[in-house]
Design a protein around this ligand. Structure first.
Ligand SMILES: [Cu+2]
Length: 278
């Protein structure tokens, strides 16, 4: 069978993009499990619906009758779904704990900050010193979405990436500290089976471990305004060497920039002292 029928028949599970995350297979397994339960219930309920329509259709000499309901049937349709939902809950507990519990987030090999805004993502690396500057939410502004504390020396060399491009190594535990500068957004990495809402005023830890080098999509999965669709970013996964090369390049640029700034400040202070002296 070709054409639309084949498309309609093809099960939705094949819509998933390639999985490149260590915990992706477990989540896909859960999805498959719930998917087939839904298919089964869909077929069962529609079979019953159609059967009842046929069995109780209007016919000559057939009188309708009235009854007040059945306790047995009502208990059954309450208890069965209860068992089903509690069962799915228990069954998925392990995956949920592993991927979402803030207490269980593994020790990061690489840690970055990601902040969402209308309409894009900014990414922050700790810079040459390897230490993030402290965040102060009262210093958050359009120019300083992360609210990097201007009094913290560790923040002076932090690297901000404004074009929503995240660069990371494979086979490492990545921890993303996620927040938003305005409304709710959702940090969605389809290939990594990661989706997490970003909440204003709260930093949430998101973790994953990528298994394959390449370029993947970052999307916003929360309808956040008129340009929601434009919140598309890219995530580049490298082998360790390539990642180090990229990071070294960024850090070097930052060191150069700081040296230039220092030199500029020195000339400035020189000229002020001269002018004061004269
Ligand atoms: Cu958004």
């Amino acid at each position: 069978m070709k054409g639309w029928f084949e498309w309609a028949y093809r099960d939705m599970l094949s819509f998933f993009p390639e999985n490149v995350s260590t915990f992706g297979a477990q989540l896909d397994g859960l999805f498959t499990f719930v998917y087939w339960i839904s298919v089964l219930i869909f077929i069962l309920t529609y079979f019953l619906l159609i059967a009842f329509i046929i069995k109780y259709r209007a016919r000559p000499n057939k009188k309708s009758y009235h009854f007040h309901g059945s306790n047995i049937v009502e208990f059954t349709w309450t208890i069965l779904p209860t068992f089903l939902f509690v069962g799915i809950g228990l069954f998925s507990e392990d995956a949920w704990t592993k991927t979402k519990y803030q207490m269980k987030v593994p020790k990061p090999d690489v840690e970055v900050d990601v902040i969402a805004y209308q309409f894009g993502w900014q990414i922050r690396y700790p810079g040459p010193d390897g230490i993030f500057g402290k965040k102060d939410r009262f210093q958050m502004s359009k120019m300083n979405l992360f609210g990097i504390d201007s009094n913290d020396v560790n923040g002076k060399d932090d690297i901000i990436i404004e074009n929503a491009q995240l660069h990371l190594p494979i086979n490492k535990n990545i921890v993303v500290n996620l927040s938003t500068a305005d409304v709710l957004h959702s940090f969605f990495l389809p290939n990594f089976r990661v989706k997490q809402d970003a909440l204003p005023g709260k930093w949430i830890k998101v973790w994953f471990n990528g298994t394959k080098a390449g370029k993947y999509e970052i999307a916003c999965a929360e309808l956040c305004g008129s340009n929601h669709y434009a919140m598309r970013g890219e995530i580049f996964m490298y082998g360790q060497q390539d990642y180090d090369k990229w990071l070294d390049g960024k850090n070097k640029k930052m060191i150069e920039l700081q040296q230039k700034q220092k030199a500029a400040e020195l000339t400035l202070s020189d000229s002020t002292t001269t002018s004061q002296g004269s």
